[in-house]
Ligand binder design. Sequence first.
Ligand SMILES: *Cc1c(COP(=O)(O)O)cnc(C)c1O
Length: 419
Amino acid sequence: MKKSTKALHYGYEKDSQSTMAVPIYQTTAYEFQSPQQAANLFELKELGNIYTRLTNPTTEILEKRFASLEGGVASLATATGMSAIFYAVANVAENGDNIIFASKVYGGSTTLFIHTLKRFGIEARAYDIDKPKSIKKLIDEKTKVIFFETISNPSIDVADMEKIVKIADKNGIITVADNTVATPFLVQPIKYGVDVVVHSATKYTTGQGLAMGGLMVESGKLKAKLQGNARYSHFNEPDLSYHGLVYTDLDLPPFTLRARLSLLRDFGATISPFNSWLLIQGVETLGLRMKKHSKNTMKVAKFLESCTEVKKVNYPLLKSYKNYKLAKKLFKNGASGLLSFEVEGFEKAVKIVEKIEIFSLVANIGDSKSIITHPASTTHQQLSPKELKDAGVGSGLIRLSVGLENCNDLIKDLKQALK
Ligand SMILES: *Cc1c(COP(=O)(O)O)cnc(C)c1O
């Protein structure tokens, strides 16, 4: 089945009412058929619903459909993208461990890694996304994760996944790719050997800025990487919090299972069934939207490049892009709706944001409506000047999330705002 067909059908077996739309199972709990069945469910002898903090039938359809779009074997939906990222790391790293991450990632991921994980005793080591070889010297026996974004938000860097995966595989370390900006319709990290793909479904997946959500997808080859790997003893030793379960012994994708049974159980960042349902509506048109976002953005990028007021435009499929060859190879169907450009200084950037009309000033991306942001005064305000520089966020940097409007209208609007 092709992705556009999967996006509409995968994972949904019509229930007794034969509804065309996926039903919303708005419930917190499920009746057991007998005390024996209840015991079987808790013991995992039988798989089924117990309580919505762990599983829900509407959410399960979203999970199956999204895992299949990413080419993975299982997925876990969460309340937000940040909780999916936290779970992907906390599933393997604990006090005394470290993770390696690309320095230019989403501001929330940077603060999670550098500040919050530190309080859990987990050290975060940054590497330059354009120098994947620099990962090698950061690795030691306590390294649990190598993290990067396929297209980074907001700095629009493109990860050379094959090179990163090669280093990770050689050392038996898990790679986690945040594919929020590209979505599986533009690139599937698992095809390049990535082990875990995370998403803020809040962005392109929901599409119209309707609902928060996160997704964590597991690749089919991750189980073999975990099995017998001393780096990941949690997956090979009995889990005392779950009657001595050994995750890699079961015939189920172990990474997702552990995140669900342990992290979702105890931290509880569960997505609401209603939001899962909204995300399913988004998934159905995701492919169409990504095509149009990419097309519009390419046109806007070319226009901005022709403007004297603009110092630099960052869009992976522009010939002037620093990693154009790599981007062209990875993003054959477009490079999504995110672009950034630099104008001279903080004041000029603020002026543009003030004058623009169709673009809304919003701390978000991936909406059907176009968005403009000035990261230095908003999303990245909490970072220190050094952290800003490491994240590639200059004071005159403006980020656009180009929507689905008529492209000529968007260009006209930018033209008047730049003057
Ligand atoms: C927005 C975003 C996140 C965080 O997702 P939330 O759903 O807001 O928690 C993580 N990564 C990237 C790349 C994002 O754009």
